[in-house]
Design a protein around this ligand. Structure first.
Ligand code: TSX
Ligand code: MN
Length: 606
């Protein structure tokens, strides 16, 4: 390596394994220079200034949106690429039918030539990050090498990043090596583009050596490797081996006017409003009740010595879908976005602020759309990309839970599993026991929305909302869940919810949003041993009188009955779909699940 490639480190570094790995990767990727990130504000300011000059970021109007920026990605690099995401254990049966498998040596052989010289003409940023509060027994450290300054500054928002992480590593601490390149080396004198990326894309996970290699994309989960790649796919493997859970769940706190506190963790597939639920504001009539936010996407959950599960949010920020976020759907998110944010692929207003579909009822008269083109309300195109995002510091959320950084985590009293189902699935029910709860979670599904697939109304199974994120065989994952219920004396109670049931006219039966507090309050009272419930075939359900309706007239008893209706015939058809899904998962299904299914079918006849 030439001398210009020698790293400059502005802090104490005495971790030979880390140093050697960085130099080894630098000799492969051949960057022009190496920058060890310290995580400081000055460093972020400098990277941002460089990106503004390069056209990668647009500074938003500092009066409207202080210290906030807009990035426009390449129009081919706008979402996670599931067909280019690989899980690479030696044995294909370990990856399971839910993952694209590649033999690890074959994957390395395909990656090596792609990474050889891939950072020519660019800076390699060394990004040390902690998933979870630094020093917490829940936390794990990663180091991402990336040639994208956008990734480096985004990682500073989404994770605890910089020199404190290196200090926590000491001289030989464990870290997950994460290598990322946009795959666009620059020849001497070659002019850069504002969003470099490569047509060829790979997002590879090596669960046995606990490594991540990502090539060709600069966007979201493909590039911010702490999130889906580490905190879910790699961490789910760690969790299976070590006896904990790495889940695609929000964590929220519920506090009664008497100051009693309960925490729930909830899994929903995409397009169900997870961030909205995590930041819910209770209706006016629930004076004194508080909902607090621990996390909106990922939960790491461990059995505690007190016989309960405890959870942390391993993230430090929110990387949320912008469209649909508004003062009506999520006022706390809107407040969180007031400053210090990076927006990607949203529209730009003439006065230098951001806009997306659903932010306001009336769109502005003119905009620059996410591709940088002039936009007017009648032009027939979307102004913001449907998968456009905000990257915002969690610390700015008004509903942030006081214990959100507690290194011991928060105790979990309930798991909630949800989906988007127009028929069949009632508003809320409670599973009879742990293994039945695991069955419900394993068979959860969501109807596809036009925005996501162009096809409406098909049910896509998404067990525990983990189908794209479980880094090993789904059958082993179900087995691990069944096991984990017995690692604590007092496992969380398991609930299923569905905010999306419609009537014959296709109208939503449930008002949703803040009114979901009524369901959360029932869950709060259930786990506290108070709320009433009726035993029906599917589980425990609230009667009309078991829900607090103060201040809400629109859900009449008749409407509630429609919301809660359980049609045995429809459920038998549902069970047939469960069978179909289970057989698609192959031969690793734990025996409990078909047994639960059989029990349910028999019970439906009674
Ligand atoms: O996020 C949602 N939640 C959870 C909120 C805490 N959404 C948005 C989903 C897309 C991401 C919802 N949409 C919810 C919901 O509870 N419910 C619905 C369906 C719905 C949409 C609109 C209305 C009622 C229900 N009513 C009016 O628009 C007036
Ligand atoms: Mn998610």
């Amino acid at each position: 390596m030439n001398t210009t490639a020698l790293p400059t480190v502005g802090y104490t570094l005495n971790h030979p394994r880390l140093q050697n790995w960085v130099l080894e990767m630098a000799s492969l990727c051949k960057p022009e220079r190496i920058h060890w990130c310290d995580g400081s504000q000055e460093e972020a300011d400098r990277l941002i200034t460089e990106m503004v000059s390069a056209g990668t970021l647009i500074r938003l109007n500092p009066e409207k949106r202080p210290n906030s920026f807009l990035a426009r990605s390449d129009s081919s690099d706008v979402a996670r690429m599931e067909d280019r995401t690989f899980v690479c254990p030696k044995d294909p049966k370990a990856a399971g039918p839910n993952n694209n498998w590649m033999e690890p040596e074959k994957a390395r052989a395909e990656l090596r030539p792609l990474f050889d010289g891939c950072m020519k003409g660019r800076t390699m940023y060394v990004v040390p990050f902690s998933m979870g509060p630094i020093g917490s027994p829940f936390s794990h450290i990663g180091v991402e090498l990336t040639d994208s300054p956008y990734v480096a500054v985004s990682m500073r928002v989404m994770t605890r990043m910089g020199k404190d992480v290196v200090a926590a590593l000491g001289t030989d601490g464990e870290f997950v090596p994460c290598v990322h390149s946009v795959g666009a080396p620059l020849a001497p004198g070659q002019k850069d583009v504002s969003w470099p990326c490569n047509e060829t894309k790979y997002i590879c996970h090596f669960p046995e050596s606990r490594e991540i290699w990502s090539f060709g994309s600069g966007y979201g989960g493909n590039a911010l490797l702490g999130k889906k790649c580490f905190a879910l796919r790699i961490a789910s493997n760690m969790a299976k081996d070590e006896g904990w859970l790495a889940e695609h769940m929000l964590i929220l706190g519920l506090e009664s006017p008497q100051g009693e506190k309960r925490y729930v963790a909830a899994a929903f597939p995409s397009a169900c409003g997870k961030t909205n639920l995590a930041m819910l504001i209770p209706p006016q009539a629930f004076d004194g009740w508080k909902v607090t936010t621990v996390g909106d996407d990922i939960a790491w959950i461990k059995p505690g010595k007190d016989g309960r599960f405890h959870a942390i949010n391993p993230e430090y920020g929110y990387f949320g879908v912008a469209p649909g976020t508004s003062e009506h759907t999520n006022p706390n998110a809107i407040a969180t976005l007031k400053a210090n944010c990076i927006f990607t692929n949203v529209a730009l207003t003439p006065d230098g602020d951001v806009w997306w579909e659903g932010l306001t009822k009336e769109p502005p008269a003119e905009l620059i759309d996410w591709e940088g083109k002039a936009w007017t309300p009648g032009c027939g195109r979307k102004a913001a990309h449907p998968n456009s995002r905000f990257t915002a510091p969690a610390s700015q959320c008004p509903s942030l839970d006081p214990s959100w950084e507690d290194p011991k985590g928060v105790p979990v009293d309930a798991f909630i599993f949800g989906g988007r189902r127009s028929k069949t699935v009632p508003l809320v029910m409670q599973a009879f026991n742990w293994s039945y709860g695991v069955y419900m979670a394993a068979t959860m599904g969501s109807e596809t929305t036009a925005a996501a697939t162009g096809k409406v109304g098909q049910i896509r199974r998404d067990p525990m909302a983990m189908l794209p994120f479980c880094g090993y065989h789904m059958g082993d994952y179900f087995d691990h869940w069944l096991d984990m219920g017995h690692k604590v004396y007092n496992p969380p109670r398991v609930f299923c919810v569905n905010w999306f049931r419609t009537n014959d006219k296709g109208e939503f039966l449930w008002p949703g949003f803040g009114e979901n507090m009524r369901v959360l309050k029932w869950i709060f009272e259930r786990v506290s041993g108070r709320a009433g419930a009726r035993q029906i075939q599917l589980g425990w359900m609230p009667g009309y009188e078991d829900i607090d309706w103060t201040g809400l007239d629109e859900v009449t008893e008749a409407k509630f009955d429609e919301l809660m209706d359980v049609d045995a015939k429809a459920w038998k058809e549902e069970l047939a779909l469960h069978d179909e899904f289970f057989s698609s998962l192959g031969d690793k299904l734990p025996r409990e699940l078909p047994l639960q299914r059989e029990l349910l079918e028999r019970t439906l006849d009674r």
